[in-house]
Design a binder for this molecule. Structure first.
Ligand code: SF4
Length: 324
């Protein structure tokens, strides 16, 4: 499958306010959100990016949508460098690439009716007004709000969380995108409506032939949605493999800890929680060598001296660990 999105050595550092001592020393501290991330997303694929808070996964999603710019490296979309997108080519990219927000309660303007919220992308993209009503109705049908005209004059506060997330999805789909990034799409929703939204995400992707990146801390969720999973730790990809491989045969010690923390209702699998001590290190001063070494039960002297590179094991399984 040809790649729709390609990332090469992508770096994103966010400058932070300097202390007096740092000013005197001439230091320029920065949060290392991403440190050399490279991977492709195949056209039509569903790829998950998982990791704890602060691993860089949300920044990565925003870079792929050109909502923030990288500090270094290159990203291409459909073969075109995203750094060079401007004018009509940037508007065309914005039509093709959409974000589904984590929190549907924050994603919609509380002063706009639901119709206005969903028609707005069409207005911004200069779509002929004569097409608006049909396109909005079609987007509502896709998200199974069949009695859609019942919602048009309502305001966000008059809808439930599940209904709102369907409206957010309708808004993301109304332009007929090719690429979706969904950032923790069900984490703010009541447990009772999550399954319905996950089934809808999968259905929409399959029926529209979309390429999708799902950002989540929840391996059980991505197992349902994605064929491939990338595990991130402190701004780097530490494992990249088919999702079933990640869940059944995780190779990186951090991935093993993540998998052990997921309750898997499978009587053939017996897993003991692995020890994982401490917290994610300060991203302003990442450790030398392997950034997981302070928490890794297998750390050895080489881990402090040498950063492990992502390398291929059997099949399409890649891992960044000196043990492999
Ligand atoms: Fe642990 Fe070393 Fe592998 Fe890092 S490189 S995960 S510290 S064994």
């Amino acid at each position: 499958m040809a790649a729709l999105v390609e990332l090469r050595d992508v770096v994103k550092h966010f400058p932070v306010t300097r202390t007096l001592g740092e000013i005197v020393r001439g230091a320029h501290p920065a949060v290392h959100a991403l440190d050399g991330v490279s991977f492709d997303v195949g056209d039509g694929d569903a790829v998950a990016i998982v990791g704890e808070s602060g691993c860089g996964k949300t920044t990565l999603g925003r870079l792929m949508l050109k909502l923030v710019e990288p500090t270094g490296g290159a990203i291409t979309f459909a073969g075109a460098p995203m750094a060079g997108l401007a004018g009509e080519r940037l508007r065309d990219f914005r039509r093709q690439a959409q974000l589904i927000f984590q929190n549907p309660f924050d994603a919609l303007n509380p002063r706009f009716t639901i119709y206005r919220a969903v028609v707005e992308p069409l207005i911004n993209a200069d779509i002929d007004k004569a097409e608006h009503a049909d396109r909005v109705a079609s987007a509502f049908r896709r998200v199974h709000l069949a009695d859609f005209d019942r919602y048009f004059d309502r305001y966000p506060h008059q809808l439930s969380g599940g209904q709102l997330q369907r409206v957010v999805m309708a808004r993301a789909l109304v332009l007929g995108p090719r690429f979706l990034v969904a950032d923790e799409p069900v984490s703010m929703l009541d447990v009772s409506v999550r399954a319905g939204i996950l089934a809808l995400l999968r259905e929409v992707r399959e029926t529209m032939g979309l390429t999708a990146v799902y950002i989540s801390h929840d391996l059980a969720l991505v197992r349902y949605l994605c064929e491939r999973t990338l595990v991130m730790y402190l701004g780097r990809v530490v494992e990249d493999a088919p999702t079933e491989e990640i869940v059944r045969r995780p190779r990186h010690p951090y991935t093993r800890a993540l998998v052990a923390a997921v309750p898997v209702p499978d009587p053939d699998q017996s897993r003991q929680p692995l020890p994982i001590r401490g917290n994610v290190p300060d991203a302003r001063e990442p450790p030398s060598g392997c950034s997981f070494r302070d928490r890794c039960p297998h750390a050895m002297p080489r881990c402090a001296a040498e950063t492990p590179l992502l390398r291929a094991l059997a099949g399409s399984h890649h891992v960044a660990c000196h043990l492999e």
